[in-house]
Design a binder for this molecule. Structure first.
Ligand code: PBG
Length: 333
């Protein structure tokens, strides 16, 4: 047989450009900057409150005045926007989650003061009923069923009170069918055609939300699971249908959630739609990196930056993350 001798020297050596820092920087295909980050912030009622969240080391529940300080930090660090989420204790929750549409609820009060003090920073509002219901679900529940259309009516009102309070981006995370179109028309009718919608379009029923449930006070409260409205982690084509619908209904941008375990979905969404695509690095992803770092098992700062860069490589335009301030600081140093 005609055996070709192995070439003595490889003609192409992919290690060649990796030898020096200047060259590695020059060959770099993707880049993470503070501009890519949306800082996820958990609110709690009160004043001067900075309450640690056990399952999320380094993250605190902040009262509105403390959230203002976070917004000032974001401005200094070049982080474009904050995403707010409210903690509600068991006493503040009701069957129908009425607090969601209270124009003076914690979210709205925080938005008003942040927008007054730090108007340059974008503010994003989570839209769903789970911080307010006594059963912990994102929608109304009747006989164990989560009602779609009845819930959407409330989400419209919730979105409008949030827009009135000054939120720039309405981000429905509830996964009810048809809510993006309904919220869009509700906002437009109320005079908020300039307010954006970022749709949690491909949101999966995930175990990685565990620490968040503690963070907002849903942990001991949630009855059952969210599999009748959030997506099955086994599905990818279905995510494309969800994204197509939300874009057709008027979403300005779409989100994939969780993040790191779903980078294949991020890539598909970006390739198929070319729309502004965001990923949520959720509480459980944050907790895993923090816990391993605290044990000395990984280098926490490197793992944080590598995980965030991976979103960019997958095609994300930005990342919602509890790491935003730490990451921006690390990028700037
Ligand atoms: C609920 C909501 C959740 C998160 C954001 N909005 C949790 C859930 O769907 O149960 C998760 C955020 C995180 O885990 O960091 N509407």
């Amino acid at each position: 047989m005609n055996k070709k001798p192995l070439a003595r020297f490889p003609a192409l050596r992919l290690r060649r450009p990796r030898q020096t820092d200047w060259s590695r920087r020059l060959y770099e295909e993707n880049n993470l900057s503070a501009n890519d980050l949306i800082w996820a912030v958990i609110l709690k009622d009160g004043k001067n409150v900075r309450e640690p969240i056990a399952a999320m080391p380094g993250v605190h529940r902040l009262s509105p005045d403390e959230a203002v300080k976070a917004a000032i930090q974001a401005r200094e660090l070049g982080i474009p926007a904050l995403a707010l989420f409210p903690y509600t204790d068991a006493d503040g929750r009701t069957e129908h989650g009425e607090e969601a549409t209270n124009p003076d609820n914690l979210m709205c009060r925080a938005a008003r003061i942040i927008k007054k003090e730090v108007p340059e920073v974008g503010l994003m509002a989570d839209v769903a009923l789970d911080p307010y219901t006594d059963h912990g679900h994102d929608g109304l529940m009747r006989d164990g069923e989560i009602l779609n259309d009845e819930t959407v009516e409330i989400l419209i009102k919730q979105s409008v009170v949030q827009a009135q309070a000054g939120f720039d981006v309405i981000a429905p995370s509830d996964m009810m069918d048809g809510r993006v179109a309904a919220i869009r028309s509700g906002l437009d009718t109320a005079g908020f055609s300039h307010v954006q919608i970022m749709a949690y379009a491909a949101k999966y029923a995930s175990a990685f939300y565990g620490p968040y449930r503690e963070a907002i006070g849903s942990a001991g409260v949630l009855q059952g699971d969210k599999r009748t409205y959030q997506m099955n982690p086994a599905n990818s084509d279905e995510a494309m249908r969800e994204v197509a619908l939300d874009l057709a209904e008027g979403a300005d941008s779409v989100m994939v959630k969780p993040g790191l375990p779903y980078l294949d979905i991020v890539r598909r969404v970006k390739d198929e739609f070319g729309a502004p695509t965001f990923a949520f690095q959720v509480s459980g992803e944050y907790a895993m990196i923090k816990a391993a770092a605290q044990n000395g098992w990984i280098d926490g700062e490197r793992a944080m930056l590598e995980s965030l860069l991976a979103f960019k490589r997958a095609g994300a335009d930005g990342i919602i993350t509890y790491f935003a301030a730490d990451a921006a600081r690390a990028i700037h140093k």
